[in-house]
Design a binder for this molecule. Structure first.
Ligand code: RB5
Length: 150
């Protein structure tokens, strides 16, 4: 699996650990920045880069990080086909793959620890989408996109 990774300065603290974890899981990682935590950058830029990489099919999935995970997930979700989920624990990580088939997870560098980020990434990466009744709901989301995105 090819996984795009992106963050702003608020999420940078988690990036190395997330990249290492993904590589240990066997993923090919595409690092789309930012490359340092001491310079303030704008999270929409990195949310968009990762979202485009996933929506285009260049990457299979993505992990985003900002201070809370919220702003960068909001930006990513403006790209058609993206289901970016803010995740703060392993239960959410598992369920957002099982039920939402989240193709991006968003983590908060000011919310969770590096250890928690590692466990969350492992849980999400290894969980499976369950399909079935959940597909109907994802189809409904696709319809919302079709009706509301240009
Ligand atoms: C940057 O200070 C911060 O606003 C950003 O990392 C993120 O938390 C936004 O949702």
């Amino acid at each position: 699996m090819k996984v795009a990774v992106g963050c702003d300065h608020g999420g940078f603290v988690l990036k190395d650990r997330v990249v290492r974890t993904l590589k240990e899981l066997g993923a090919e990682v595409v690092d789309l920045g930012t490359d340092r935590g001491d310079v303030s950058v704008d999270y929409p830029e990195f949310g968009l880069k990762v979202a485009k990489a996933v929506a285009s099919g260049e990457c299979d999935a993505g992990v985003l990080m900002c201070g809370t995970g919220i702003g960068i997930s909001i930006a990513a979700n403006k790209v058609k086909g993206i289901r970016a989920a803010v995740v703060t624990n392993t239960y959410m990580a598992k369920l957002t793959k099982n039920h939402n088939n989240a193709n991006i997870i968003a983590l908060g560098g000011r919310v969770i620890s590096e250890d928690e980020a590692e466990e969350i990434v492992k849980e999400w990466y290894t969980a499976e989408y369950e399909g079935g009744r959940h597909q109907k709901r994802l189809d409904m989301i696709c319809k919302i996109e079709d009706e509301n995105f240009k």
